[in-house]
Write a protein that binds this ligand. Sequence first.
Ligand SMILES: *Cc1c(COP(=O)(O)O)cnc(C)c1O
Length: 383
Amino acid sequence: MSDGTFPPLRDELRGLEPYGAPQLDVPVQLNVNENPYGPSPMVVSEIAAAVAGVASSLNRYPDREFVELRSALAAYLSKDTPAGIGPEQVWAANGSNEVMLQLLQAFGGPGRTALSFAPTYSMYPEYARDTSTSWVEGRRDEDFTLDLDRARALVEEQRPSVVLLPSPNNPTGTALPPDAVGALCDAAGEGCLVVVDEAYGEFRRTGTPSALELLPRHRNLVVTRTMSKAFALAGGRLGYLAADPAICDAIRVVRLPYHLSAVTQAVALAALRHAPELLARVDELRAERDATVEWLRGQGLQVADSDANFALFGRFRDRRAVWQGLLDRGVLIREVGPDGWLRVSIGTGAEMTIFKRALVEVLETGDTGVTPVIGAETEVSRA
Ligand SMILES: *Cc1c(COP(=O)(O)O)cnc(C)c1O
């Protein structure tokens, strides 16, 4: 109800700050899991040519159904599943964050519940709030894996409409075993979508299959991907999903008309034509990740196993002091996840060298806040 306060914001949004990682201009930016390698001059000129190609018809609305892009995304995804993916199984939007919001607009809403397991991606509860969907958070185990029996019990008790499972998880890097995804799809039933957010899918360790393989067996499964991370196209804003065609069709009801601009479609298509080049550094980043995890453990720190392009490490009595100490040395990482932990994105070899040197210096100050807490119970997020 309006109480005369201006602007007349929804009550539940009053006093809230917009969410987002600080965007600070520092030499080493390891805070939002971007690919540190920009496109090559050749790919840059291809993208520029693709934009020039659509520029002359920008007076017209773009293809609302982005047929060509859906086909290209389907062909790209088909590499990850023997059954293949058809264009009618693909949906895309401006980043997988928009895909997620559209899913909650279509399948959440008043009287419905979305469920995830903490620590989980911090944006999900915001999309639940924005769509007036109830938000329920279960817990992961101390090693950030999912206890399948407890997870299944929570799904059966809460009867959510949407279950959100990032895999590899952000902020912990933990990948879900496919049998867990299948079991949760069964427990959820056809009245509930199980969304596996594979934003970091391309970074998964060898032998970890994609949830895409389960699509033929589970009609309620949705697998989301993004071009923002491994694909090195965060600025292009293109996220997508693979699911049953009926799910893609339903999302069309809530999407804004012409939500994917002609420029976005052209850029994404050009990038997909050069997928091998854009993804060329993924193996190098995975190796750098494994080396970073090893190195952090060598410093006596706890580090979560990671299938992603970041590592969660800790624990510190005052993680803010460590974050600030690194920032003072020109290295920006992320203060996120359970109390006492910090997340570092995997950058270039040179950037990781600077990060390591800075962290050693910060830990050497011996301040009680920055001294790692070893051995004590891990407190899983209460956020
Ligand atoms: C980065 C990230 C995304 C991708 O966001 P975009 O909107 O596609 O840039 C999605 N899910 C998770 C868990 C992420 O960390």
